[in-house]
Design a protein around this ligand. Structure first.
Ligand SMILES: Nc1ncnc2c1ncn2[C@@H]1O[C@H](COP(=O)(O)OP(=O)(O)OP(=O)(O)O)[C@@H](O)[C@H]1O
Ligand SMILES: [Mg+2]
Length: 286
């Protein structure tokens, strides 16, 4: 049984051939799926400046992938900072349906420790959660193998490519079996092929384990391909969620196939149009 699972959440488990036990994805966004995080009427500001965001409400339920898109500087990262507890709200609140220790973060710049091997970087979180060094290393090695990093265990971050480092960072986060994953442009620096592979790996794990995800991205196609709901943030200051688009594409999804779904292109066009209007209005008001 997964020791990280706490609280009263009843989630089914399934064993895989490699001995991994994973949560079975609850129905994404189903009415019986519980919120993992709820943001109510949130306003945030830095210092005495005008609020960056205001009146922002959103919810991510068990097994649901929700994304946040919007103009640069509108406050997407700020919303993640509020949820992660790094920055206190001016008003409104963030309710977590899980212990804060079960949140995982994957940010644009990976935070690997340069003086530790890749495997010890992955093992670090497990060690902090009290696992003895031998067990943590073994588990870290298994996670690396699952993410295509077999043979790279003893390399240092500087000896890895950007895509490999991103996979190490992903292994580090997934090894802790988070129930909520906050991601801020995690794959932006990767080239198209590597980005596709790493994102598909992530999507597979998220779908298999029923991890709730809140993803910030500038890539509207990526947002739609991965998400159950895409939220569009208006231009700041005092940015709000101006549109919310449900994505009705069945899971499991593959990143290529999903683009051929009949609803994909029309919705993408709509989001582009709405985003362009936000940016044009803001430019006209300047
Ligand atoms: N530490 C800070 N101090 C002062 N202002 C800040 C700070 N961090 C962010 N801001 C401002 O808050 C606003 C929102 O920033 P945020 O980083 O949340 O935007 P974003 O939507 O994530 O943008 P991007 O897409 O470019 O990453 C911006 O105007 C930014 O300049
Ligand atoms: Mg940002």
């Amino acid at each position: 049984m997964n020791k990280m699972i706490k609280g009263s959440l009843a989630v089914a488990h399934e064993a895989f051939d490699d001995g991994t036990e994973v949560r079975v994805r609850p129905q994404a966004g189903g009415t019986d799926a519980r919120p993992v995080v709820s943001v109510h009427d949130l306003a945030m500001r830095y210092g005495d400046d005008e609020p960056v965001i205001e009146g922002v409400s959103l919810e991510v339920r068990e097994g649901e992938v929700v994304s946040l898109v919007g103009p640069s500087g509108s406050g997407k990262s700020t919303i993640l900072r509020a949820i992660s507890g790094l920055h206190a709200p001016l008003s409104g609140k963030v309710d977590l349906g899980i212990p804060a220790t079960e949140m995982g973060f994957l940010f644009q710049d990976d935070a690997l420790l340069p003086w530790r091997t890749a495997r010890d970087n992955v093992a670090l979180g497990l060690r902090l959660h009290g696992k003895p060094v031998g067990g943590a290393r073994q588990e870290a090695g298994e996670w690396m193998a699952r993410l295509g990093l077999k043979g790279f265990e003893l390399r240092y971050p500087r000896q890895l490519s950007g895509g490999q480092r991103k996979r190490v960072a992903l292994a580090q986060v997934l090894a802790l079996k988070p129930r909520l994953l906050l991601m801020d442009e995690p794959f932006a620096s990767l080239d198209a092929i590597v980005r596709h592979r790493v994102t598909q790996d992530l999507l597979d794990w998220v779908e298999r384990e029923g991890i709730a995800v809140l993803l910030v991205t500038h890539d509207l196609e990526e947002a739609q391909a991965l998400s159950d709901v895409v939220n569009l943030l208006s231009q700041g200051p005092r940015a709000r969620i101006s549109h919310r688009y449900p994505v009705e594409i069945p899971r499991p999804r593959d990143l290529i196939g999903v683009r051929g779904h009949p609803t994909f292109a029309p919705l993408l066009q709509r989001i582009w149009k709405d985003l362009s209007v936000e940016v044009e209005e803001a430019t006209a008001n300047r």
